[in-house]
Unconditional design. Structure first.
Length: 289
């Protein structure tokens, strides 16, 4: 490819909003990033060369004009890049779909992969999947890829995605709910923690012979998976779903998300999340967000 302008170098000044500072080095967060280019380059490639994955970007402006990721840089330009949350983009300018409720979660985020189905969201997860499988599932099933590996999010096939900023699982789920605008569609106690299928209401007397003694005493409301037929009890006096207690489950495994197709699920039995993440009251969860 011949250099733009017959070999003449041109300058690009990139300004990233505060929501994208996580992806920049500390010395680059307080000022514009300057790049000297010698050949035509897509604005997507210029942004990702700075370390910011395209699924994290909702609005790009070049010299004051809103442009798509395919826009080609070939002369001097000042580029403004905005993240998804609090994006100033109009309805026609958004580069990202704000609400996505189906996910594929990377192997290092096992606790998040358990908490999302608890809140009613469709998740596929496996502890050590190859990168190309994660990308393929995200693309084929139109799922958002959630990973802390920013390079994975830079694959062109990734349409929706998010990189949790925090290492804390309780904070990670708050981030995901906010990024994908999910507060209004939270539906706890509706999805099976073993196979990810939907739950249906069942009467206690119909499964009484399967209940453990403490479960019979403390649980009055039960739901059963429409696929694997596991039953899950909901506390009589508490709004919490006691996922961390063996007595709260009736023949239910510790898995909480659908294994990626063709892979064996190996979700670890980790401690339950914070109380706000286990409450079954959607209104309370919304207030906590």
């Amino acid at each position: 490819m011949r250099p733009a302008g017959g070999g003449t170098a041109f300058r690009i000044d990139l300004h990233f909003d505060s929501g994208l500072a996580f992806f920049l080095s500390k010395q680059d967060r307080a000022t514009a990033l300057t790049r000297i280019l010698r050949e035509k380059t897509s604005i997507k490639d210029a942004i990702e060369a700075c370390g910011v994955p395209h699924p994290e970007v909702d609005l790009v402006q070049s010299n004051g004009a809103t442009v798509p990721f395919e826009h080609q840089l070939q002369t001097d330009a000042v580029v403004e890049v905005y993240g998804v949350v609090a994006s100033p983009a109009t309805a026609e300018e958004h580069l990202q779909q704000r609400r996505v409720a189906r996910f594929v979660v990377d192997g290092h985020l096992g606790r998040l992969a358990r908490d999302l189905p608890f809140l009613g969201f469709d998740v596929v997860y496996q502890t050590d999947p190859p990168d190309d499988l994660l990308i393929a599932v995200a693309a084929a099933e139109d799922r958002a890829l959630v990973t802390r590996n920013r390079r994975l999010l830079m694959w062109r096939a990734v349409r929706h995605g998010y990189c949790p900023r925090s290492h804390d699982p309780g904070e990670q789920i708050v981030e995901v709910l906010r990024r994908f605008d999910l507060a209004e569609v939270i539906a706890p106690f509706t999805r099976c923690p073993a196979c990810n299928a939907m739950l249906r209401q069942v009467k206690k007397r119909d499964i009484l012979d399967r209940l453990k003694p403490l479960t019979r005493l403390h649980y009055e409301t039960f739901r059963q998976c429409t696929e694997c037929e596991r039953s899950i009890g909901r506390g009589r006096t508490s709004a919490n779903w006691k996922r961390g207690s063996k007595e709260s489950k009736v023949g239910c495994s510790d898995a909480a998300a659908t294994p990626i197709r063709g892979q064996r699920s190996e979700i670890r039995n980790e401690a339950a999340g914070p109380d706000w993440a286990r409450t079954s009251d959607p209104a309370l969860i919304k207030r906590m967000l």
